[in-house]
Design a protein around this ligand. Structure first.
Ligand SMILES: [Zn+2]
Length: 175
Protein backbone atom coordinates (compact mmCIF):
# COMPACT_ATOMS: atom_id res chain seq x y z
CA UNK A 1 0.00 0.00 0.00
CA UNK A 2 1.39 3.37 -1.07
CA UNK A 3 1.08 5.23 2.24
CA UNK A 4 2.19 2.38 4.50
CA UNK A 5 5.53 3.11 6.18
CA UNK A 6 6.24 -0.60 6.62
CA UNK A 7 5.65 -1.25 2.90
CA UNK A 8 8.07 1.63 2.22
CA UNK A 9 10.69 -0.02 4.43
CA UNK A 10 10.12 -3.33 2.60
CA UNK A 11 10.62 -1.58 -0.76
CA UNK A 12 13.72 0.21 0.54
CA UNK A 13 12.14 3.66 0.21
CA UNK A 14 12.55 4.26 3.95
CA UNK A 15 15.82 3.14 5.55
CA UNK A 16 15.79 0.51 8.29
CA UNK A 17 18.23 -1.75 10.09
CA UNK A 18 17.24 -5.05 8.51
CA UNK A 19 18.32 -8.13 10.41
CA UNK A 20 16.56 -10.90 8.46
CA UNK A 21 14.87 -11.13 5.07
CA UNK A 22 13.43 -13.82 2.80
CA UNK A 23 10.84 -13.88 0.00
CA UNK A 24 7.85 -13.39 2.33
CA UNK A 25 9.19 -11.94 5.58
CA UNK A 26 11.31 -9.03 6.79
CA UNK A 27 12.67 -8.39 10.30
CA UNK A 28 14.10 -5.01 11.24
CA UNK A 29 14.93 -2.98 14.33
CA UNK A 30 12.32 -0.63 15.78
CA UNK A 31 13.88 2.86 15.84
CA UNK A 32 11.62 3.77 18.79
CA UNK A 33 11.99 0.43 20.50
CA UNK A 34 11.30 -0.35 24.16
CA UNK A 35 14.79 -1.85 24.50
CA UNK A 36 18.01 -2.45 22.58
CA UNK A 37 17.19 -5.11 19.98
CA UNK A 38 13.41 -4.49 19.84
CA UNK A 39 12.56 -6.10 16.51
CA UNK A 40 9.59 -5.98 14.14
CA UNK A 41 8.81 -9.11 12.13
CA UNK A 42 6.46 -8.37 9.21
CA UNK A 43 4.98 -10.08 6.15
CA UNK A 44 6.17 -8.41 2.95
CA UNK A 45 2.61 -8.42 1.59
CA UNK A 46 0.43 -5.63 3.04
CA UNK A 47 -1.95 -7.37 5.45
CA UNK A 48 -3.49 -4.70 7.75
CA UNK A 49 -4.63 -7.10 10.50
CA UNK A 50 -3.80 -10.54 11.88
CA UNK A 51 -6.98 -12.21 10.60
CA UNK A 52 -5.97 -11.51 7.00
CA UNK A 53 -2.59 -13.23 7.21
CA UNK A 54 -2.80 -16.72 5.64
CA UNK A 55 -2.20 -19.61 8.08
CA UNK A 56 1.03 -20.92 6.48
CA UNK A 57 2.48 -17.41 6.65
CA UNK A 58 1.37 -17.01 10.29
CA UNK A 59 3.35 -20.16 11.00
CA UNK A 60 6.43 -18.87 9.22
CA UNK A 61 6.21 -15.43 10.85
CA UNK A 62 6.21 -17.00 14.31
CA UNK A 63 8.94 -19.44 13.37
CA UNK A 64 11.16 -16.53 12.26
CA UNK A 65 10.20 -14.63 15.43
CA UNK A 66 11.22 -17.60 17.55
CA UNK A 67 14.64 -17.73 15.87
CA UNK A 68 15.18 -13.98 16.25
CA UNK A 69 14.20 -14.29 19.90
CA UNK A 70 16.83 -17.01 20.25
CA UNK A 71 19.38 -14.78 18.52
CA UNK A 72 18.60 -12.00 21.00
CA UNK A 73 19.30 -14.36 23.91
CA UNK A 74 22.57 -15.45 22.34
CA UNK A 75 23.95 -12.15 21.05
CA UNK A 76 22.61 -9.44 23.38
CA UNK A 77 22.52 -11.54 26.57
CA UNK A 78 18.86 -10.78 27.19
CA UNK A 79 17.10 -12.77 29.92
CA UNK A 80 13.67 -12.98 28.30
CA UNK A 81 11.59 -11.78 25.38
CA UNK A 82 8.01 -10.59 24.99
CA UNK A 83 6.33 -11.32 21.67
CA UNK A 84 3.18 -9.39 21.04
CA UNK A 85 0.81 -8.18 18.36
CA UNK A 86 -1.35 -5.08 18.50
CA UNK A 87 -4.33 -6.15 16.41
CA UNK A 88 -6.72 -3.28 15.65
CA UNK A 89 -6.72 0.36 16.70
CA UNK A 90 -8.34 -0.40 20.08
CA UNK A 91 -5.40 -2.69 20.83
CA UNK A 92 -2.90 0.08 20.12
CA UNK A 93 -2.15 -0.72 16.47
CA UNK A 94 -0.83 2.50 14.93
CA UNK A 95 0.23 1.27 11.46
CA UNK A 96 -2.18 -0.74 9.29
CA UNK A 97 0.36 -3.50 8.52
CA UNK A 98 0.57 -6.66 10.61
CA UNK A 99 3.63 -6.69 12.91
CA UNK A 100 5.02 -9.08 15.50
CA UNK A 101 6.97 -7.16 18.15
CA UNK A 102 9.89 -8.93 19.81
CA UNK A 103 10.96 -7.05 22.92
CA UNK A 104 14.16 -8.15 24.65
CA UNK A 105 13.82 -8.19 28.44
CA UNK A 106 16.21 -7.95 31.34
CA UNK A 107 15.41 -8.00 35.03
CA UNK A 108 14.54 -4.53 36.30
CA UNK A 109 14.39 -3.01 32.79
CA UNK A 110 11.30 -0.97 33.75
CA UNK A 111 9.27 -2.05 30.70
CA UNK A 112 5.68 -2.21 31.88
CA UNK A 113 3.38 -4.76 30.26
CA UNK A 114 1.23 -5.18 33.37
CA UNK A 115 -2.52 -4.74 33.54
CA UNK A 116 -5.16 -4.65 36.25
CA UNK A 117 -6.87 -8.00 36.60
CA UNK A 118 -10.64 -8.04 36.30
CA UNK A 119 -12.74 -10.46 38.31
CA UNK A 120 -15.78 -11.85 36.48
CA UNK A 121 -18.57 -13.73 38.21
CA UNK A 122 -19.03 -17.44 37.54
CA UNK A 123 -22.07 -16.58 35.43
CA UNK A 124 -20.20 -13.99 33.37
CA UNK A 125 -17.34 -16.46 32.82
CA UNK A 126 -19.77 -19.17 31.69
CA UNK A 127 -21.46 -16.79 29.24
CA UNK A 128 -18.10 -15.81 27.75
CA UNK A 129 -17.04 -19.46 27.60
CA UNK A 130 -20.17 -20.46 25.66
CA UNK A 131 -19.90 -17.58 23.20
CA UNK A 132 -16.22 -18.17 22.57
CA UNK A 133 -16.57 -21.94 22.24
CA UNK A 134 -19.14 -21.32 19.53
CA UNK A 135 -16.94 -18.75 17.82
CA UNK A 136 -13.88 -20.99 18.04
CA UNK A 137 -15.58 -24.10 16.66
CA UNK A 138 -13.55 -24.00 13.45
CA UNK A 139 -10.17 -22.84 14.73
CA UNK A 140 -8.52 -26.16 13.90
CA UNK A 141 -9.25 -25.73 10.19
CA UNK A 142 -6.13 -24.30 8.58
CA UNK A 143 -5.50 -22.85 5.15
CA UNK A 144 -3.21 -24.65 2.75
CA UNK A 145 0.22 -23.43 1.60
CA UNK A 146 -1.06 -22.17 -1.75
CA UNK A 147 -3.12 -19.48 -0.03
CA UNK A 148 0.03 -17.38 0.38
CA UNK A 149 0.09 -16.84 -3.38
CA UNK A 150 -3.52 -15.65 -3.60
CA UNK A 151 -4.32 -11.96 -3.24
CA UNK A 152 -6.33 -11.00 -0.17
CA UNK A 153 -9.49 -10.19 -2.16
CA UNK A 154 -9.73 -13.78 -3.39
CA UNK A 155 -9.38 -15.33 0.04
CA UNK A 156 -12.29 -16.63 2.03
CA UNK A 157 -13.08 -14.31 4.89
CA UNK A 158 -13.54 -16.31 8.08
CA UNK A 159 -15.64 -13.76 9.91
CA UNK A 160 -16.23 -10.81 7.63
CA UNK A 161 -17.94 -8.60 10.16
CA UNK A 162 -15.02 -8.34 12.58
CA UNK A 163 -12.46 -8.07 9.80
CA UNK A 164 -14.49 -5.35 8.14
CA UNK A 165 -14.67 -3.47 11.39
CA UNK A 166 -10.97 -3.77 12.14
CA UNK A 167 -10.00 -2.90 8.59
CA UNK A 168 -12.15 0.22 8.64
CA UNK A 169 -10.95 1.33 12.04
CA UNK A 170 -7.30 0.82 11.09
CA UNK A 171 -7.69 2.70 7.80
CA UNK A 172 -9.55 5.49 9.56
CA UNK A 173 -6.69 5.96 11.99
CA UNK A 174 -4.10 5.96 9.19
CA UNK A 175 -6.12 8.10 6.78
ZN1 LIG B 1 2.09 -2.17 4.42
Amino acid sequence: MADCVICKIIKGEVPAKKIYEDDDILAFLDVNGAAEGHTFVVPKHHYPIFEQVPDPLVGRLFSVSNKISTALFETLNVQGTNLFVTNGVSAGQSVAHFVINIIPRKEGDGINLQWQTRQLSEEEMSTVELKLKDGAAHVGVTESEDVIEKPIEKRKVVSGREEDYLWRSVNKKIG
